[in-house]
Write a protein that binds this ligand. Sequence first.
Ligand code: SDX
Length: 392
Amino acid sequence: STGMITIDPGFKNTGSCESAITFLDGEKGMLRYRGYAIEELAEKADFLEVAYLLIFGELPNKEQLNTFHEDIKAESQVDEEMKKILDGFPKSAHPMGVLSSLTSALIAFNPTSVNISSEKDMYHSIVKILGKFPVLVAWTMRKKKGLPLDYGDDNLGYVENLHKMMFKKPSKEYKCNKIIIDALDKLLILHADHEQNCSTSAVRITGSSHAGLFVSLSAGISALWGPLHGGANQAVIEMLEGIQKDGGDTHKYMAKAKDKNDEFRLMGFGHRVYKNFDPRARIIKKAADEVLEDLGIVDPILDIAKRLEKVALEDPYFVERNLYPNVDFYSGIIYRALGIPREMFTVMFAMGRLPGWIAQWREMRLNHEPIGRPRQVYIGETYRPFKPLEER
Ligand code: SDX
């Protein structure tokens, strides 16, 4: 229809779909996955349970969870030839670029995952990517650190196995530290879904053309990489280190953040939906204190982060714009304490968001959503006849 087209930059006031997966209340700072509060899930569930909940809509019983995990383990081998693609990257390559490439490269080794029509095919592709993604995540870290690739261990839990593949030293026995695994598990749960954010919208619109699951996820990984989105967790740590180098001068950075001529933003602050505390930031801030204390780590960056938060929350510019810490503000502090390099922070975000992206892609396909194809308001040249080269 040629009716009135209204432009809504960044889709600030546009709903792209109906969804039953995640509920946000921006005013109250509430987040629920399939009706369960994030605070309860972070405390009482584990990441694989939450992945099942997001994708299939219900918390699994013991047997369902066990079958799900077994089906995932059965698909956790990555074709050895994929290593040639990994080896093609220089060590300096950013892990997010490597991860999005490897994720779409998976298609070459799993041709059945190209056209997914039945729910059975869908389930098969879902357990495939849940099995292989942790391997790819671990590969990006091993590559960055120049370590030989490690293989998973089917006797370990899902998150424990991820941690082992990331950290096991070639010559040493892998020892699982419960504090570290629990912290990682909680962080992954907190990142698992967030309704129609930028990267999820990329996954849904890519999948709306009936492109396969893996390539749709690769689009999501690319969108997540941006510093305004998932890339913020790496940018926060770099900002905090900058403040530390400047002798902890938070006011200088606050001034930059408010200066309209300076494109610097206070990374880890602000949110399109939350006009209150991001509930995930509250949980991660508390977990940061607990994990650092449990691991006996003192990180001056945490104190700088807390001081910066206090200053920002009392600053009229931030108060009148409802700018609060978001999920990315404290997460990097914990990743650092777990020995994860900063270039890997957004990869960890992608690992956490994987089940959410899958759930949203599956919902879009099961709802037979039409291909995403918005209109525009044309503001270019009116008709003009072609001008031959000699006349230009
Ligand atoms: C994530 O959408 C999701 O759900 C994302 C996410 C998820 O789980 O998927 O929650 C994950 O991406 C969290 C956000 C991580 N990004 C950052 O921390 C980067 C810093 N934040 C900003 O870039 C910004 O707050 C956004 C991108 C998060 C939100 O941008 P909006 O909604 O487009 O808001 P805006 O840019 O229009 O800002 C409104 C005002 C502006 O000032 P005025 O023009 O009104 O005078 O607030 C200012 C902005 O200049 N502002 C900031 C600021 N964020 C907004 N000023 C300084 N520092 C900031 N961080």
